[in-house]
Ligand binder design. Structure first.
Ligand SMILES: [Zn+2]
Length: 64
């Protein structure tokens, strides 16, 4: 019995018992969007993470 609606695709889905506040269904595109949103909020709330990501990006750019 579905009682939540995915915020990305609008499809009804049943959240896992372990994750009652789940907002995204299990579709790969929606899970990708969920990670992107998580990363965005992480970047805004965690300066250390932002710094790490920036360094990783720079290191990667220098390799290519
Ligand atoms: Zn979805």
């Amino acid at each position: 019995m579905a009682n939540k609606v995915c915020v990305t695709c609008g499809a009804p889905f049943q959240p896992r018992p372990q994750v009652p506040h789940q907002s995204y269904c299990a579709a790969p595109d929606c899970q990708r969007e969920r990670r992107r949103q998580w990363q965005r909020s992480k970047l805004q709330s965690d300066p250390d993470y932002q710094d790490n990501q920036m360094r990783a990006q720079q290191a990667w750019t220098q390799l290519t």
